[in-house]
Design a protein. Structure first.
Length: 318
């Protein structure tokens, strides 16, 4: 009888020990939270919410987007990196909080504190110039800039913001002097007011002004030519390398690989949904479907050139 009781007790202990593994196998079994580190209402926010809906349908649990703005994306992204690495808290990110802010020493986290889930979209910036500048591409602009006798005024978010760094990389490669002037939302407005010679503007906002000649689009930043400006070359086509900014999803370091792969798969499948495709088209934003592995390589590549340039410009933490 004692032997039988002992066997029953051992069986009960074995079953109890298996419970955590069984629970893990059932992921997801509760709602998932996506921390969006910027204010609501912009194009990436809209796309993220639609992708979250698609992920929810595929995973069978609610997937909720929570806005946690502040510090140029650092506040929300920091909260994501501190979350329990169980796949129930993930976040969206861009090269700002994910790379340049880390290099500048403005974050409580490191690149090794997060891992990529995948890519979603291209933040389709262009380098737009004043309409009276006699240039339609980077080569012509460089010739004008060198002859002007004064530094080119670049309107961007901040000198160490990634769009400004892209413009600086182009300027240094082509050898024209410049200075960066910060604007909350750089666009064609600063060009038309004479407050800047070029700006790192959004493609869809600049398009109608480029069409009527009020601004000139010198370069469109993305892995492929922007359909709004089919005759404008990408930086890679002109020999500057892959220079563009993106938006994607990330998770805290330590989330099991099988969960990362599942999140990546449903995210990429959701990017193909018609509501998402319609929103991307409406916003003039190209999709950027990248797996977790592909996005990790993108981060490594961007970290290298951004780190080298920020160090050269004195923006990196010593």
């Amino acid at each position: 009888m004692n032997h039988r009781i002992r066997l029953i007790a051992l069986a009960a202990l074995a079953a109890a020990a298996a419970l955590p593994a069984m629970a893990q196998d059932k992921w997801p079994s509760k709602p998932i939270e996506i921390i969006y580190p910027y204010p609501p209402g912009n194009d990436m926010d809209a796309v993220t919410r639609l992708v979250a809906e698609g992920m929810s349908k595929r995973l069978g649990v609610p997937v909720q987007v929570i806005n946690k703005p502040g510090g140029g994306g650092v506040v929300g992204f920091a909260e994501m990196t501190r979350a329990k690495p169980d796949g129930y808290t993930i976040g969206t990110w861009t090269p700002g909080p994910g790379i340049s802010q880390i290099i500048a020493g403005n974050t409580p986290y490191k690149i090794s504190d997060y891992q990529s889930v995948g890519g979603m979209l291209i933040n389709d910036f262009v380098l737009a110039a004043r309409g009276d500048i006699p240039a339609t591409n980077l080569k012509e602009f460089a010739a004008w800039a060198k002859k002007s006798g004064k530094p080119v005024t670049i309107g961007s978010y901040a000198p160490a913001a990634v769009p400004a760094l892209i413009a600086a990389k182009i300027a240094k490669r082509d050898g024209w002097p410049y200075k960066v002037v910060s604007f909350p939302n750089p666009s064609q407005k600063e060009l038309m007011a004479g407050d800047a010679d070029v700006t790192t503007a959004g493609a869809i906002g600049a398009a109608p002004f480029a069409k009527n000649g009020q601004v000139k689009i010198l370069s469109a930043w993305g892995p492929h030519r922007n359909p709004l400006f089919p005759n404008t070359a990408t930086p890679a086509e002109e020999g500057y390398g892959d220079l563009y900014t993106w938006g994607g999803m990330a998770a805290p370091a330590g989330v099991p690989k099988d969960i990362i792969n599942k999140l990546s798969t449903v995210m990429m499948e959701s990017l193909k949904d018609k509501p998402v495709q319609d929103q991307l088209k409406k916003a003039g934003i190209p999709a950027f479907p990248m797996t977790a592995e592909q996005m990790s390589k993108q981060v490594a590549s961007d970290s290298q050139w951004i780190g080298e340039l920020m160090t050269e410009l004195g923006f990196s933490k010593k």
